[in-house]
Design a protein around this ligand. Structure first.
Ligand SMILES: [Fe+2]
Length: 284
């Protein structure tokens, strides 16, 4: 079961607040279930950022999604960052915070990319320890996001889904399930995305992401968040919602951002998929 605080957040389709569209979005205040923000964009910043944040908080429930915590990283956390982040999460009243199941560098070098972790026992120990440390410091429900990756990891003793399940159980964690990332990995590495989803305990899922991605001429799919959502991701979202039940679902669009009308048209199509999925489970 989800905790009462987690379960009380509005379900439905939300949108990520991006500076390219933030002013128009906040002027028009379209009907979306929630807004997701990256704390890194607002921490220790005033002026325009503060204004956009205040206007967002006045109108929408907010979820937070981090870009720099990287639970597979082996370097110690920046305690000042965690301290400031904790205060920020309280201020925006998010019921949970999420960041990525990846590593971002080593030996003090930060790669500014979401690098995949090996699915090994050693990596599991690191992730569980780091995830638990972050959750204790932030004093908030914490979720990790499954990422897309591009290097074959066929020698690893665990596959990605089983690795995620181990982290969920050993750290008593939650998952921010990125449906597009599962789909992209399944096409690039040739596995069944529904079987991946089936392994994840539904009660551990607090939120989902969906996005579009690029298909290269050689067939490789790149998780760009810069394209419309393809039919395969809509289908996998519908399957996941039927299995997991109602959850907040975020449309992620970070690059090649279209007009607000186009973004909202995608939100409405997602809402139709959402309603259909939950009607069949009787949870709508
Ligand atoms: Fe995502």
């Amino acid at each position: 079961m989800l905790s009462a605080v987690t379960a009380s957040f509005p379900n439905g389709i939300g949108l990520g607040l991006r500076f390219d569209m933030a002013r128009r979005f906040l002027d028009e205040q379209p009907d979306v279930a929630f807004v997701e923000i990256h704390p890194e964009n607002y921490l220790r910043r005033g002026g325009l950022y503060r204004e956009l944040l205040d206007r967002t908080l006045q109108r929408y429930p907010v979820l937070t999604h981090g870009l720099t915590m990287c639970f597979g990283h082996s370097s110690p956390f920046d305690r000042d960052y965690l301290h400031d982040l904790k205060r920020f999460l309280r201020e925006v009243r998010t019921p949970w915070h999420s960041d990525h199941l990846c590593f971002g560098g080593a030996g003090g070098v930060f790669a500014h990319d979401l690098l995949p972790i090996p699915f090994t026992e050693e990596a599991l120990t690191t992730v569980v320890q780091r995830f638990t440390e972050a959750r204790d410091a932030l004093d908030v429900e914490l979720a990790f996001e499954n990422v897309s990756y591009y290097a074959a990891q066929s020698d690893d003793p665990l596959d990605e889904a089983r690795f995620c399940v181990e982290v969920l159980e050993r750290a008593d964690a939650k998952i921010m399930l990125d449906v597009n990332n599962v789909f992209v990995n399944s096409r690039n590495f040739g596995f069944d995305p529904r079987a991946w989803i089936d392994l994840i305990p539904p009660q551990r899922v607090v939120q989902m992401h969906v996005a579009g991605h690029l298909v290269r001429a050689d067939g490789l799919r790149i998780d760009t968040h810069g394209e419309p959502i393809p039919d395969g991701v809509y289908d996998l979202l519908e399957y996941t919602l039927r299995r997991v039940g109602p959850r907040p679902v975020l449309l992620e669009r970070d690059n090649n951002i279209p007009t607000l009308e186009e973004l909202l048209a995608e939100v409405r199509r997602l809402e139709a998929v959402y309603e259909r999925a939950l009607e069949t489970t009787g949870a709508a």
